[in-house]
Write a protein that binds this ligand. Structure first.
Ligand SMILES: Nc1nc2c(ncn2[C@@H]2O[C@H](COP(=O)(O)OP(=O)(O)OP(=O)(O)O)[C@@H](O)[C@H]2O)c(=O)[nH]1
Ligand SMILES: [Mg+2]
Length: 328
């Protein structure tokens, strides 16, 4: 039996053939299925359309909503905070990651070695801080996903190579961040920003301070940026100034560590509760369990500027190093 396809159907079929995206294909196929004459002569064809539709829908489900390249920039946060390492090609980012964390990232004496972000964990006292090595920042080329990685992080380390012109490198980094509408903030309060902008606490690192004349370059670099940013000279290769680096990175994060204890027992000082600066007793309770918050009656606190075991209420501001006993 002839199929007797209508002009309406043929038009839809043409649209299907011309469709470029999956959703365009599905739309055109839907029209074909709706307008195809329903009689014995089209039975086989209708069956084919139906199975084609099932395949397309399956494909749509399988397709990730973000591209693969972009997904590589989706680094799950681990530890107390996530800190992103940024710099131009060959400045020593991967070398630092490999030397200061448990992870390793390929180091080479040619540029553009690192192709995707690589996380590692850096131990600072009783905390683990996540450090993320990244591909080099380039003029006017940003990988999709890169700006989001930087925006969602807790702090940035901007690295320059002291054996090259460090001020020039920093100017490029600042310009590129500006293009991503990210404002690095070193010292002082976070300024209010226009809609669409994000700020990030930032530390500057002058790397390769072991190289001849590097410290002279560092002095000029430091003089140029010290009013705006905290700055450190380091050597990733020789592991110089790593303790200072960890301490300064921690300072950037605006976090505090407190310790909880149960009545009659000593606190476990290896297991800090990590909270934002400005947190209260209530936040400590919340970090343990949300049910705790409702039931909380008072807390006893040990720490700087307090009597030992002082009784405090839920809105009491806590400080770095406090030991807290929650009473429900
Ligand atoms: N002298 C000296 N050389 C270093 C130091 N850190 C890194 N290097 C060298 O600099 C070169 C580049 O190091 P990488 O760690 O690969 O640099 P990168 O910034 O990750 O480079 P890309 O991935 O291309 O962006 C290598 O030859 C390293 O050995 C340092 O502190 N001192
Ligand atoms: Mg690298």
């Amino acid at each position: 039996m002839p199929a007797n396809l209508t002009p309406q159907y043929l038009e839809a079929e043409l649209k299907f053939k011309q469709a470029k995206t999956l959703s365009e294909k599905i739309k055109a196929l839907e029209v074909m299925m709706a307008v195809i004459p329903k009689h014995k002569g089209t039975e086989k064809l209708r069956g084919q359309l139906k199975s084609r539709m099932a395949k397309l829908k399956e494909e749509l489900q399988r397709k990730p909503t973000v591209g693969r390249a972009e997904q590589a920039y989706n680094i799950k946060k681990e530890g107390a905070a996530q800190v992103i390492l940024l710099g131009l090609p060959n400045v020593g980012k991967s070398c630092l990651l490999s030397q200061i964390t448990n992870a390793s990232s390929e180091v080479a004496d040619y540029p553009f070695t690192t192709q995707k972000p690589i996380p590692g964990m850096m131990k600072f006292e009783n905390l683990q801080i996540q450090l993320v090595d990244t591909p080099p920042i380039q003029l006017d080329h940003i990988e999709p996903g890169f700006p989001n990685l930087i925006r969602n992080a807790d702090a940035l380390l901007l690295m320059v190579d002291l054996s090259e012109d460090p001020i020039f490198q920093m100017e490029i980094l600042l310009e590129e961040l500006n293009g991503m509408r990210i404002k690095p903030v070193g010292k002082g309060p976070i300024p209010s920003l226009e809609v669409g902008w994000a700020s990030q606490r930032t530390l500057l690192l002058g790397n390769k301070c072991d190289v001849k004349h590097a410290m002279r370059a560092y002095q000029t670099f430091e003089a140029h940026f010290k009013d705006k940013f905290p700055i450190l000279p380091i050597s990733a290769k020789e592991r110089m100034n790593f303790d200072e680096l960890k301490k300064e990175a921690y300072e950037l994060l605006d976090i505090i560590r407190v310790y909880t204890k149960i009545p009659g027992k000593e606190p476990d000082l290896t297991e800090p509760v990590v909270l934002k600066k400005g947190s209260t007793i209530e936040d400590v309770a919340l970090s343990i369990h949300k049910d705790f918050v409702a039931k909380l009656r008072y807390a006893k606190i040990w720490g700087f500027g307090k009597f030992d075991g002082q009784m405090v209420k839920r809105d009491f501001l806590i400080r770095e190093g406090d030991v807290i006993e929650l009473h429900i």
